[in-house]
Design a protein around this ligand. Structure first.
Ligand SMILES: Cc1cc2nc3c(=O)[nH]c(=O)nc-3n(C[C@H](O)[C@H](O)[C@H](O)COP(=O)(O)OP(=O)(O)OC[C@H]3O[C@@H](n4cnc5c(N)ncnc54)[C@H](O)[C@@H]3O)c2cc1C
Length: 452
């Protein structure tokens, strides 16, 4: 038996085929494609929804974007270093993901380096390989490797970890926070053990991560070249009246738009904070889902040093303290003089509350402690902070599996009255939330649902 999702994807690919091969001659095509679709948000989800519809023959599409740029949480910086720096999404998670396929289509070069993960463990920076002999560390690694098969409760990871034999070791706690909470866009005090394992089990994107050698946005500009011109910038949507057709959309500056269907891809925080008024109100189940799914603070701080003081084969290192994880930003792209501090959850909330000079002071003193001799402070040249919680129209990092969020991602992805279609990374229930490929799939899915 085929599932509804498979049916939708099949229908969209049949229609796509009809549109491409039969030159729009099918009697069904004009009915569908004459509809006006407004897409809210020009991140990966919005652009992918637009491209899918465009390829199927829809030409009456508008994309309303609140910012003066496209990409959303994909944001390549070309000014800070002699190579492009990603202030948001950076890695491709999974060899089977739609994102990897798109990048391969454009012959995107990836970084191929012999690199290793390190940990600041018992006052020494050590590679994970070196630590294999340590019994407690080995148990902690096994805990992570076997998560998907463990029977866990819907409680924060911090609670589950405190009951393990390694649950009192500060460096192991920091390691587990970096690998679980921080990677998932929060910290172990809020990430649900059960729900995280549940959604991880569904993920079929593959285990391999890829770093691009070039800027993400220059590749996506090629993939979405036909739909980027459809974006209207500085359009902050404030009200969506879907009580009748046409649906009426109002923006902060008083702009008015009409549509037969609306695809909403704004970040979860925008919905949580009710920055958009819906008329009528969203169904209760959607309202509950929006509140149940987590979205925390997150930031990247990129620092340039006068000399490299970390191992040349460093992939990343995790440490106890204000920054859970660092990686060398240059990493095969340019000079190895830059580190990226990747900070989510409680640490990001703390750093976000400090002035710019105090923020960098805290980070440098953590690095001085790890590498010794005040080496980070002595060699500091400049830095850049991207604080996503303070970034207008984003207001956080990405969705995460909070306690009680089981089932909420799939509810958020359900259409309302066949008129409102939610997309965006937080609507994925296949374990691809939090990612670029999840956002792209959500756009594909929403476009497919408009057809049936
Ligand atoms: C620091 C960081 C690192 C990350 N690293 C990775 C990584 O390595 N790999 C990976 O796969 N993913 C990563 N992600 C996650 C990834 O960036 C997101 O999952 C993905 O880009 C989300 O795409 P989206 O289209 O769902 O949302 P967004 O990209 O947020 O797009 C939504 C758009 O809606 C717009 N908007 C908001 N409100 C309104 C409004 N009222 N009216 C009109 N428009 C509005 C916003 O301006 C935005 O452009 C990272 C994210 C962050 C923050």
């Amino acid at each position: 038996m085929i599932t509804r999702k498979q049916f939708i994807l099949m229908s969209s690919s049949i229609l796509l085929d009809v549109c491409q091969k039969k030159n729009y001659e099918s009697p069904f095509v004009p009915y569908f494609t004459s509809q006006k679709v407004v897409i809210i948000g020009a991140g990966a989800a919005g652009l992918h929804a637009a491209k899918t519809l465009w390829d199927m023959g829809f030409k009456n599409i508008q994309i309303l974007e609140a910012k003066n740029r496209w990409g959303g949480r994909i944001f390549t910086n070309y000014n800070f270093a002699e190579f492009p720096i990603e202030l948001g999404a950076e890695l491709v998670h999974g060899e089977f993901s739609i994102y990897k396929k798109i990048l391969d289509k454009h012959k995107t070069p990836f970084i191929d380096k012999n690199i290793e993960p390190y940990i600041y463990f018992e006052s020494k920076l050590q590679s994970e390989k070196e630590l294999e002999e340590n019994v407690l560390f080995d148990l902690a690694s096994q805990f992570i490797d076997n998560l998907e098969s463990l029977s866990l409760e819907d409680v924060p990871f911090s609670q589950v970890i405190s009951q393990q034999p390694f649950g009192n070791h500060p460096d192991i706690l920091a390691y587990l926070n970096a690998r679980l909470g921080n990677e998932n866009g929060t910290d172990n005090n809020t990430l649900s053990a059960k729900v995280t394992a549940e959604y991880d089990r569904r993920n079929r994107s593959g285990e391999t991560d890829f770093f691009l050698k070039v800027g993400v946005q220059e590749i996506l500009a090629k993939e979405y070249d036909q739909v980027i011109p459809l974006i209207q910038y500085n359009q902050v949507v404030k009200r969506i009246d879907y009580s009748q057709i046409p649906i009426r959309i109002t923006t902060a500056s008083g702009g008015r738009f009409e549509a037969d269907r609306v695809i909403i891809t704004v970040p979860l925080t925008i919905l949580k904070q009710e920055r958009i008024q819906f008329v009528p109100n969203l169904p209760l189940k959607h309202q509950e889902a929006i509140q149940k799914i987590g979205m925390d603070s997150g930031m990247k701080i990129i620092i340039k040093f006068k000399k490299q003081f970390w191992p040349s084969n460093l992939e990343s290192f995790v440490a106890n303290g204000v920054v859970p994880e660092y990686w060398p930003t240059g990493n095969g792209r340019g000079e190895n003089l830059y580190l990226t501090a990747f900070v989510m959850g409680k640490h990001a909330r703390y750093l976000s509350s400090l002035s710019n000079s105090k923020q960098i002071g805290e980070v440098l003193s953590q690095l001085d402690k790890i590498f010794g001799g005040g080496i980070a402070t002595k060699n500091y040249e400049k830095h850049i902070v991207m604080d996503w919680a303070k970034e207008e129209h984003i207001l956080g990092a990405y969705s995460f599996t909070s306690v009680g969020s089981s089932g909420a991602f799939e509810i958020l992805g359900q259409p309302i009255s066949d008129r409102i279609f939610f997309a965006g990374e937080a609507t994925r229930s296949d374990g691809t939330h939090q990612t670029v490929h999840g956002a792209m799939l959500s756009g594909l899915d929403a476009a497919g649902k408009i057809l049936v």
